[in-house]
Design a protein around this ligand. Structure first.
Ligand code: GLA
Length: 389
């Protein structure tokens, strides 16, 4: 028997960052799109900002297996998948693919049900580093947790380090059992759409579930819509003409960052505006997402507008705290944070020094509270240091 080598380090200590083809291109994918997106990942600076995975979503294979094996559609991927993987790797990036725990993928291509071990070996032979694993066409009688355990075990023993990205949309109480399947991230929400309503819905569904994520197994609130502005081949995703405003994309990114979601870009990274680049490559916001301890935030609501205005506070490695202020309301509103509520009473003798993650500078020291006006759908994000008053 071949000696088994352990991975150099456990996979996905912090939330994975990358790009996925689904939000903008859905079924319109091919080798050229993937390669030019890999080029863009490097040329735009996204790779150096931390984005590593280039992930092909659904619709890459033939409609049927050939001799039991998954086969890339030769019209879309004329030189096969290893060729694409090699190209992605040559750019210093990692390569991801997609399959499904059911008999078919959501778009009706063959799924990995009863083919888990064979497919894991196939993916390993192509050089795949990340597998998104969906939940459509799960036989009614099959146990979902068991299907994720199967692929989890198959991937952990396929001879290659492959990040396991479970995608069952929060169904069947996934928060309770997913960590034990070996998954590195788990979709906890239904599919995102390029609209503020969708972003708000997904956030509300995961507030209060912060305890379930953590190092090596992250709560995935779905791919980002930042920068899409209504551009998608999939009219369901582009539900609102023009998508969101730049402010809404900024807030969406801040929420995914502080709630410890993976940051998988969904726009066409070959055509990003300066504002999109600024949002996606904000080093201070990314650092909050990538904090090594991966502690979820707690929520403090604004006393006179608790449904719409709230703060999220996340302890960071080394003693700093990330503090985000969010306004879901349709008019400007105040958020006032009493430091008492986050664990810092006046009697301590300490206050907070706030560093603004958008202005990229320290705005001052505050002793008991900090209050600010926030525009509709906007946010503020700080890195707070505990300092002597
Ligand atoms: C499901 C997933 C999406 C995407 C599609 C592909 O809906 O939740 O993220 O992968 O399938 O068909």
């Amino acid at each position: 028997m071949k000696k088994k080598t352990l991975p150099a380090a456990p996979l996905a200590p912090t939330p994975p960052m990358g790009w996925n083809s689904w939000n903008t291109f859905s079924w319109n994918i091919n080798a050229d799109l993937i390669k030019t997106s890999a080029d863009a990942m490097v040329e735009t600076g996204l790779r150096d900002a931390g984005y590593r995975y280039i992930v092909i979503d659904d619709c890459w294979s033939l409609r049927d297996r050939v001799k039991g094996k998954l086969v890339p559609d030769p019209e879309k991927f004329p030189d096969g998948m290893k060729d694409v993987a090699d190209y992605v790797h040559s750019k210093g990036l990692k390569f991801g693919m997609y399959s499904c725990a059911g008999t078919h993928t959501c778009a009706g291509y063959p799924g990995s049900f009863e083919h888990e071990y064979e497919d894991a070996r196939t993916f390993a032979s192509w050089g795949v580093d990340y597998l998104k694993y969906d939940y459509c066409y799960k036989p009614g009688a099959a146990d979902g947790a068991n299907l994720y355990r199967r692929m989890g075990m198959a991937l952990r023993n396929c001879g290659r380090d492959i990040v396991f990205s479970a995608c069952n949309w929060g169904a069947d109480g996934v928060h309770d059992w997913i960590r034990q399947t070996g998954a590195n991230l788990f979709r906890s929400t239904g599919d995102i759409q390029d609209s503020w309503q969708s972003i708000e819905r997904l956030v509300r569904s995961q507030l209060g579930k912060e305890c379930y994520g953590g190092p090596y197994c992250h709560n995935d609130m779905d791919m980002l819509v930042v920068g899409m502005h209504g551009n998608s081949d999939n009219s369901w995703i582009a539900e609102v003409a023009g998508g969101c405003t730049a402010t809404e994309y900024k807030t969406h990114f801040a929420l995914w960052a502080i709630m410890n979601s993976p940051l998988m870009i969904g726009c066409d990274i070959r055509k990003m505006s300066d504002s999109t680049k600024e949002i996606l490559m904000n080093p201070d916001v990314i650092a909050i997402n990538q904090d090594i301890e991966c502690r979820g935030p707690f929520c403090i609501r604004q006393w006179n507008n608790p449904e719409k205005v709230f703060a999220l506070i996340k302890p960071l490695y080394g003693g700093d705290y990330a503090i985000g202020f969010f306004n879901f309301g349709d008019r400007k509103s105040e958020m006032s944070l009493q430091f008492y509520d986050i664990g810092l009473p006046y009697s301590s003798g300490y206050g907070l020094e706030l560093y603004d993650c958008y202005a990229h500078k320290t705005i001052g020291k505050f002793s008991e509270r900090y209050a600010a006006q926030i525009d509709s759908h906007d946010c503020l994000m700080f890195r707070a240091k505990v300092v002597k008053r």
